[in-house]
Design a protein around this ligand. Sequence first.
Ligand SMILES: [Fe+2]
Ligand SMILES: [Fe+2]
Length: 192
Amino acid sequence: MADMINLSKKFFYDWLKKYPNGPYKYDFHVPEVERWAKFILKSHPEIDAEVVLISVWLHDIGSYPISKKDHAIVGESIARKFLKKYSYDKKKTEKVLHCIRAHRCRDVFPNSKEAKLVACCDSASHLTDYVYLSILTGARLNNSKGLADYAFDKLERDYKDLSAFPEIQKKLTPIYIKWKELLKEYKLIALD
Ligand SMILES: [Fe+2]
Ligand SMILES: [Fe+2]
């Protein structure tokens, strides 16, 4: 059977190459999500690692080309076609599609362990990269209070989404507190 994890990884990098000037740092973000997934999977053998890792590589694939549509919905449909092309197991396909559709924890919420893990890793990765600072530097550039507030809201949402894995939320609590302090100080300067 095809190695769907590696095929998904290749699909992700081929897709990314088509958008070299895209605004989102997926070349950094998605490997960081993978890193968290592999770390958490070590202590959760009951979770289907294959479903999780395929979903990690495909979860943001609906983001480019940029449109007004929700990238989770677009991504679900791209992933469906991709997995069908390789005749991937139907039950697992549905599991992957749910992970992608629910990863934002907005209108559709994760209802499986795998989807909860993908959503948790997506949020955890934000706490260990520079997404809040990049939003705040954008706020400074555009003198936008809206963007600055967005960085705070995102941090709060991300921290909340970690709660499905309390051990990870606990591990990231010190950095969450520091981000909050840093964002507060930066915001005061950014919008001076
Ligand atoms: Fe996303
Ligand atoms: Fe993501």
